[in-house]
Design a protein around this ligand. Structure first.
Ligand code: G6P
Length: 752
């Protein structure tokens, strides 16, 4: 039934196309025929002219003396000799009266011919076409010269009947041409229309019907023509799908009577509370890296907890994100202002890249941030390194980012600035000094140690003063807030207001709050591209249980301890050999630092050693996937794993724990979680372990795989609820709410 109108419109389209082809072919062929007629006529005329002139001139030479000296019979002989059935010759006297003519032309001659009189009076040769006795004839009349006026005229008559091109011949010839041309073009057009328009359109229509029915299938056509239409349509379908899913989620939440934070709620909140003031985010790591892969540029998201958390907020609220451009194709993908829209296919916010020199990156990022502050704040027994040159670079880079940020918010009054992490401890003060009206939050994504531990930093005062330029400093947990306040009390002159949890210096107060960061709620998992059965089959024929770990290769993550626990588990419980595989997805990180290089090598070595010891022909206990993995690649492991191990030696929060809880199948999954992570405070239903205690971790693995299904489901359900409720939108909402409560004036006085 639906086919009918589509069929009709297709027939119409084809008829229109064919009509246009036939009319244009007709016009073209008729035009060419006309041109051909005129060209042929011109050629015949030129030919007649040339022949008549030649004969006339030759004869004139012979006839002139004969006519002067007579007798007329001589003249007659001469012209008969030159005459022929298609070439008549006649001699006229000085009064245009016929003297003699060749027999073929004589009977056709009229009593007078004006052309002859004209030749006699003007003394010049005359030429033209006349109809003599119904036959087209070319005339060439040349005066015969004597002593005085012309003695008469010599006239050449040439048959010009062929100058008349027969229209019926022409029509016949060209009708055949027209038929051939129009038929070939029509046939080709029909084929092209069928394969390039009708066929893809039918497939697109079928695909659109499937998308409308909620089946997420890839578009059936690609390429420039329909490809761009298809990808636009895909985007549209995706947006509609997202909107539908969001509406469904909202409806569900309303039914549940919960006031959950959602992307939509955060958007509304930002709109109403921030009055559309744009958000400014600063971090070292950018949310989107462009890199050359062969001669193509690829965009990818880096493995970073920070990016995982902030990216959904920026997608929801828009604004500007300033970060270091670190991809080798980053420069090629920004505009003249170093900016690029993210996500590139449908930008929701702007990324402004700041370029650092190699020396700056070495000193600020690898040196001070990651060899100094990172080990200083993590109690992981790696000694921090403090070099004066690194500190100088750290200061310089903070100033560089301050310049970029000040430039970007030049036209924004009372801007909201969210500074991320330990790379920018000095930035809040640098901004506040120039823009006291800015509302500044600094979120510290890593732990804050006790005052003794932090006190070994040679520049602890500068760092604290820099941080206190912010109106709000956030840590993941209360314990880190307490440590920070104690450090401030001991290291600098300031009043700590324990009641309101703030640091007062002069007229400015910096509030210090615990704000546990989180992940975006998991949407519909959709098609992961691989089922659990397929995944297990890939890992070995007899494998029935899957464990997973996802980490940057970092000494704080307890990766080696985890491997040793896995080894111990298989030693203690050999019945699990060939039945359980642990997949570790490990992303190389900060690889210019020796400590990281050593760890990277050691991880390879330990995996090799354990596998060598335990493996069989078709089974390895640890599948070590070292490399950068996209969310899409990680998701099937999260979703299908029976347990996930997060065994950090020390961690601010650890979002892998929350990502796993959020993504794993409804009644599957056990989280084994280090008690030294921020996440352990919230995810109390995880099996909490001490990563230094290898036997305890091995035992936790056994508990995980042998846990009664009811208990497993209950624990996971409770954790899922916590992660769903305390999601990243709530984190951003609470942070911004705190910041809106801060009232700033031009003098930079912060009050709540
Ligand atoms: C982890 C930390 C973040 C930090 C990030 C940096 O995710 O929790 O606080 O910003 O690592 O990683 P990167 O690869 O950018 O050095």
């Amino acid at each position: 039934m639906v086919k009918c109108p589509r069929g009709i419109s297709q027939v119409k389209l084809v008829l229109r196309l064919l009509g246009a082809i036939w009319v244009s072919s007709l016009v073209i062929i008729a035009g060419f025929a006309l041109v051909q007629i005129y060209a042929e006529r011109d050629q015949i005329l030129t030919d007649l002219e040339r022949r008549a002139w030649l004969t006339g001139e030759v004869l004139k030479e012979a006839v002139e003396p004969a006519i002067q000296r007579g007798p007329p019979a001589r003249v007659e002989r001469i012209i008969k000799k030159f005459g022929s059935p298609r070439r008549g010759i006649a001699i006229y006297d000085q009064f245009a009266g016929l003297v003699v003519a060749t027999p073929d032309v004589a009977p056709r001659l009229p009593p007078s011919l004006p052309m002859i009189s004209k030749a006699l009076t003007t003394g010049e040769a005359q030429k033209g076409i006349e109809t003599l006795a119904g036959q087209k004839t070319y005339l060439y009349a040349v005066p015969l010269q004597g002593e005085g006026p012309p003695l008469g005229a010599l006239v050449i008559f040439l048959d010009a009947s062929h100058i008349e091109i027969n229209p019926s011949d022409l029509l016949q010839q060209n009708t055949v041409r027209l038929l051939i041309l129009a038929s070939v073009v029509s046939l080709l057009t029909l084929l092209v229309v069928k394969w390039s328009i009708t066929h893809p359109m039918t497939r697109m229509a079928e695909w659109a019907r499937q998308v409308r029915a909620g089946k997420a299938t890839p578009p059936p056509v690609s390429g420039r023509f329909f490809g761009s239409l298809a990808s636009e349509f895909s985007e549209l379908a995706k947006s509609l799908d997202d909107a539908k899913a969001a509406a469904e989620r909202e409806a569900l939440l309303r039914l549940e009577g919960e006031a959950l934070w959602t992307e939509e709620r955060l958007k509304q909140f930002v709109r109403s509370q921030l009055n559309d003031t744009p958000l400014f985010v600063v971090s070292n790591r950018e949310p989107l890296i462009h890199q050359w892969r062969g001669n193509k540029i690829e965009a990818s998201a880096p493995a970073s907890g920070l990016v995982t958390a902030i990216e959904p907020i920026m997608r929801a609220c828009g604004g500007l994100w300033i970060a270091q451009g670190s991809g080798d194709a980053d420069q090629e993908t920004v505009n003249a202002h170093d900016k690029v829209g993210v996500p590139p296919e449908q930008p929701a916010y702007t990324l402004r890249r700041v370029w650092l020199t190699k020396e700056e990156e070495d000193g600020y990022y690898y040196g001070f941030a990651n060899e100094g502050i990172w080990p200083l704040c993590h109690i992981a027994h790696t000694r921090p390194v403090f070099r004066a040159s690194d500190w100088a670079a750290y200061q310089r880079v903070n100033e560089k980012f301050a310049e970029a940020l000040l430039e970007e918010m030049r036209d924004t009054e009372r801007p909201y600035v969210l500074i991320q992490d330990y790379h920018f401890a000095l930035l809040p003060r640098l901004i506040k000094e120039t823009r006291p009206d800015a509302r500044i939050a600094l979120f510290w994504h890593i732990p804050w140690p006790n005052p003794e531990a932090f006190g070994i930093c040679p520049w602890q005062q500068e760092i604290l003063l820099g941080m206190l330029g912010a109106d709000l400093i956030g840590f993941h947990i209360q314990f880190h807030c307490n440590n920070f306040l104690e450090t401030v009390e001991r290291a600098i002159e300031a009043r700590v207001d324990r009641e309101r949890f703030g640091v007062v210096r002069g007229r400015h107060t910096t509030y210090v709050k615990p704000l546990p960061i989180s992940v975006a709620p998991e949407g519909d998992p959709g098609d992961l591209g691989i089922s659990r059965e397929e995944l297990l089959r890939e890992l070995g024929g007899s494998v029935a249980l899957l464990g997973v770990g996802v980490d940057r290769i970092d000494y704080t993550k307890g990766i080696l301890e985890r491997f040793r626990a896995i080894e111990r588990f298989f030693e203690r419980y050999p019945e699990y050999r060939q039945r359980l595989v642990f997949v570790e997805l490990a992303a190389p990180s900060r690889s210019h630092i020796k400590r990281y290089q050593d760890l990277d090598e050691e991880a390879d070595r330990v995996v090799e050693e354990i596998n060598w010891k335990l493996q069989t022909k078709r089974w390895k206990p640890i599948v070590y996937l070292r490399g950068q993995h996209s969310h899409k690649e990680i998701r099937p492991y999260y979703r299908h794993a029976d347990f996930c191990m997060v065994t950090s030696i020390h961690d601010g929060m650890n979002l892998v724990a929350k990502e796993y809880v959020s993504a794993v199948e409804e009644d599957r999954g056990v989280l084994i979680l280090s008690r030294f992570t921020g996440a352990a405070r919230e995810l109390v239903d995880a099996l909490q372990v001490n990563p230094y205690h290898i036997d305890e971790m091995a035992e936790a693995m056994r508990l995980a795989v042998e846990m009664p299904p009811d208990e497993r489901a209950l624990r996971m359900r409770r954790m899922k609820q916590i992660v769903r409720e305390r999601n990243i939108y709530r984190w951003a909402g609470l942070l911004l709410e705190e910041l809106t409560r801060v009232s700033v004036d031009r003098a930079g006085v912060a009050e709540v």
